[in-house]
Design a protein around this ligand. Structure first.
Ligand code: HEM
Length: 434
């Protein structure tokens, strides 16, 4: 299967070098635009001709071995750039803004205990029920606006029922999350309005969580059983004071759950379903697999579809001290301290040195070749629930007859800030009813 949905023109490096000699700002603009619209062809050329692509503004890393090197070397390639925005919103440090610290180690360990991987069957059932409710509601219209009424609806429902974080209501939780994530990961020019909206949302969110924690603690003191949610488990756990898990740590880590989930999961669902719907023969086999009592048969289709358009195409890092990347290979490249490095999992997952026949849609890809949830020190905390939620929602969707792409613009994913999906209308049921 070729590069569905992408144009393959090539010659990017010639156009880039020419623009750089003439007008460096326009060269930077070209690369940003290609990464948005033509990323698969651009990365193919870079992997081949300039696998560590050094520009005056940033360095893009495209080969699998080098992407995993960057993501495994947290003391060289740090996430320090995320810290100011996330700290400002949450009122304290969060693991995704700290590398190799006692805080990161402790908080991630604690949250891994609370997000017990044995919960996944229940989470899958919950996501399936929420998805079916949303699809039943949309069915009479012959169409579904998938981002809000299905994908975000399920993500927010999982936050409410599994994390124990409903917010005052789903709409408010959705607004808080969007404001904080937009500033943290998409406000490249530092727009002060976006920053203050995030700080305001973070203050409201953490105040809400402090109140809810006090209620849970009071219920516990009164001898009531706490709900078996992530928040209930945290509120019911007493660690020795010296460990350093005070109430503020509980609040910040609870805030991190919707921040990790409510944009990423709908993002991954929108990308994967679009890639499946663009490939009718694959889609037909995926629909058949969706009927299998063993959901694992269907899940493989989701992950392979997502490889053709991962939600996280680039993971940014700051180079803390001079480092030779890919040392000992012909592509060894010195990376000076202070370089802004973009590791590209979306490119790594097409690197033919590691991924066999990368342009083919194959279901036999080994899990270690998949970088959807990051790699190394900051690998995703929520990977277990996230996996089953993404797959089960798409399974329930594709079990409905007649799911199809509609003509653009509504039949294409509309994104806020070019990143976060906001609208994607799909046809449902017999054709001609939408
Ligand atoms: C499909 C849904 C999801 C996707 C695609 C996803 C993807 C990722 C990726 C790529 C990273 C690495 C970021 C980096 O290295 O810069 C990451 C980290 C993280 N994710 Fe997720 N994630 C998802 C769902 C979740 C959920 C459900 C949670 C919470 C329960 C969560 C919480 C986190 C946290 C806290 C980190 C940072 C971990 C650390 O700093 O050590 N994510 N995620």
């Amino acid at each position: 299967m070729g590069a569905v949905g992408q144009t393959t023109t090539g010659g990017y490096l010639e156009r880039y070098d020419e623009a750089l000699a003439r007008d460096p700002t326009s060269a930077f603009g070209l690369v940003r635009e290609w990464m948005r619209t033509d990323w698969r062809a651009l990365f193919a050329e870079l992997r081949e001709r300039r696998p560590i692509f050094v520009t005056p503004a940033f360095t893009v890393v495209t080969r699998f071995a080098d992407v995993t090197e960057v993501l495994s070397r947290e003391s060289v390639f740090s996430v320090r750039a995320f810290a100011p925005r996330l700290d400002a919103a949450l009122g304290g440090p969060f693991m995704l803004g700290r590398d190799a610290t006692a805080m990161n180690w402790r908080d991630k360990g604690l949250m891994r205990v609370m997000l017990d991987p044995r919960d996944v069957d229940g989470v899958r059932e919950l996501a399936g029920r929420l998805a079916d409710e949303a699809l039943d509601a949309a069915w009479p219209d012959g169409r579904v606006e998938a981002v809000h009424s299905l994908f975000r609806h399920v993500a927010l429902g999982v936050c409410a029922e599994y994390f124990g974080f409903p917010g005052p209501d789903a709409q408010t939780l959705s607004r808080w999350t969007r404001a904080i994530v937009t500033d943290g990961f998409a406000n490249f020019l530092g727009d002060p309005d976006v920053q203050s909206a995030s700080v305001q949302a973070g203050a409201e969110m953490t105040a809400y969580l402090r109140g809810r924690l006090a209620e849970l603690r009071a219920a516990r003191r009164a001898g009531h059983d706490l709900p078996d949610t992530v928040f209930g488990r945290l509120a019911g756990t007493t660690l020795p004071a010296g460990i350093g898990v005070d109430d503020e740590r509980v609040v910040v880590n609870m805030a991190g759950l919707p921040l990790g989930f409510v944009e990423s999961a709908p993002g991954a669902m929108a990308e994967a379903v679009e890639q499946l719907l663009l490939r009718p023969p694959v889609l037909a086999r995926a629909v058949e697999a969706a009927r299998d009592p063993d959901p694992a048969r269907f899940d493989g289709y989701v992950w392979e579809a997502l490889r053709f358009s991962p939600f996280f195409k680039l993971l940014p890092r700051l180079c803390e001290h001079d480092h030779v990347l890919a040392a000992g290979t012909p592509r060894a490249t010195p990376i000076p301290a202070g370089t802004f490095v973009l590791a590209a999992p979306a490119s790594a997952m097409f690197d033919a040195d590691v991924v066999a026949e990368p342009d083919e849609f194959r279901l036999d890809r080994p899990g270690h070749q998949q970088l959807f949830f990051g790699h190394g020190h900051h690998a995703c905390l929520g990977v277990h629930p996230a996996r089953v939620v993404v797959c089960e929602v798409l399974r329930r969707l594709l079990l409905r007859p007649g799911v199809r792409l509609l003509p653009p613009p509504e039949g294409r994913v509309a994104r806020s800030h070019g990143i976060f999906p906001d609208r994607f209308v799909l046809g449902l049921g017999p054709e001609g009813q939408e």
